[in-house]
Design a protein around this ligand. Structure first.
Ligand code: PLP
Length: 371
């Protein structure tokens, strides 16, 4: 097939590095000379055991995950963790209360789901628009919270919390890193749980990686579905039932690729270069392109913006921009319906050169259409 590859700036499932795709293609009919595709291997076979063990080894190395943490490859997506986390942790304290910092669409969903399993304390009042995060001194924290939950990067609203909160109540910190996972250095030891779904920065959908401190495991509510019980999954090496073998295989390839890029430091550097390219085009546009997020919380990974005439967003121009982008093979730039406008997602599978192409288009489009 000679169809040129599109540049996919979508929020996920995201574009994979071409090198990884070629590698998968090479092994498609026979993985490691075994005569079967990975999809056709038993999850109990030595060949598959090696894949999941290698994936765990690589992610431990990439993030310097200590032995005191378990690494679980689970199903149900990040959304599944919106239920699994309260089910496993709400009983940690007699208060059965969890603090939720809601800074956008995804943390709001997580908090709503947690309400089914315990008491949810909203740390900040509901925000009109998710453009900012109120000062920590104004947060209303629970003294004996079972845990504190936040989303490090709100994929739809483009709000990224760059520093891990230091909490006066020393609550266990749980973090949804689905969209900025592996795009920056992270000190795992500051967290009780980090989780991330695969389809953005480490492969394909069908998998959620859960990094959980081992001493917190074993407190699940009685009604927890067996598949969501961290203790059961840990003692079964994430294979209580048939795991998403192909997604784990792709994760293994992506972790290996991430290491070959130079690890997290190098990926963080690339992420910064890419987002600087887009934010420069926005900030130098004299408000032709509008980013409404407080610059201290701008996401390096998902950048929503509007195209405006005299400060007023113009949907016709935005539509025209999408058409022009498509003509140049760039896709998935439409903003989420909750926000409108445009959104650029710069996951690890997007290269600096591809981002330069988009920044160039933004400048040319402005020259032509700015009145
Ligand atoms: N959390 C964040 C930050 C996301 O961006 C997404 C999906 O885009 C999810 C959770 C939900 O992930 P999943 O579709 O894997 O359940």
């Amino acid at each position: 097939d000679n169809t040129p590859r599109k540049i996919n700036f979508g929020p996920g499932p995201a574009q994979l590095p071409i090198e990884v795709l070629h590698n998968v293609q090479k092994e498609f009919f026979s993985f490691d000379n075994c005569g079967s595709n990975v999809m056709e291997l038993s999850h109990r076979s030595p060949a598959f055991s090696k894949i999941i063990d290698d994936a765990e080894k690589d992610i431990r190395e990439l993030l310097s995950i200590p032995d005191t943490y378990a690494v679980l490859f689970l199903q149900g997506g990040a959304t599944g963790q919106f239920s699994a986390i309260p089910m496993n942790l709400i009983n940690l304290k007699p208060s059965q209360t969890a603090d939720y910092l809601v800074t956008g669409y995804w943390s709001e969903k997580a908090a709503k789901e947690a309400e089914k399993y315990g008491k949810v304390n909203y740390v900040i009042p509901k925000q009109e628009k998710y453009h900012d995060v109120p000062e920590q001194t104004t947060w209303n924290l629970t003294d004996d919270a079972s845990y504190f939950y936040y989303c490090a990067n709100e994929t739809i609203h483009g709000v990224e919390i760059h520093d891990v909160p230091v909490l006066p109540n020393k609550a266990q910190i749980v973090c949804d890193m689905s969209s900025n996972f592996l795009t920056r250095q992270v000190d795992v030891t500051k967290f009780a749980i980090i989780f991330a779904s695969g389809q953005k920065n480490f492969g394909c959908s069908g998998i959620v990686l859960v990094i959980v401190r081992k001493d917190l495991i074993g407190n699940a509510m009685k009604s927890t579905p067996v598949n969501f019980d961290f203790k059961v999954q840990l003692s079964n090496n994430s294979m209580y039932n048939t795991p998403p073998t192909f997604s784990i295989y792709i994760s293994n390839k992506m972790f290996d690729w991430s290491k070959r890029q130079g690890g997290i430091k190098a990926l963080e550097k690339q992420s910064k270069i890419k987002s600087d390219l887009i934010y420069s085009a926005i900030d130098q546009s004299n408000r032709f392109y509008l980013s409404e997020i407080n610059p201290s919380y701008r996401s390096r990974v998902n950048i929503p913006f509007r195209i405006a005439i005299n400060g007023v967003p113009d949907e016709k121009l935005e539509k025209l921009f999408l058409e022009e982008a498509l003509r140049l093979n760039m896709i998935e730039l439409k903003g989420h319906r909750a926000v409108g406008g445009l959104r650029v997602s710069l996951y690890n599978g997007i290269t600096i050169e591809e981002t330069e192409k988009l920044a160039q288009l933004m400048r040319t489009f402005q020259t032509i259409h700015c009145v």
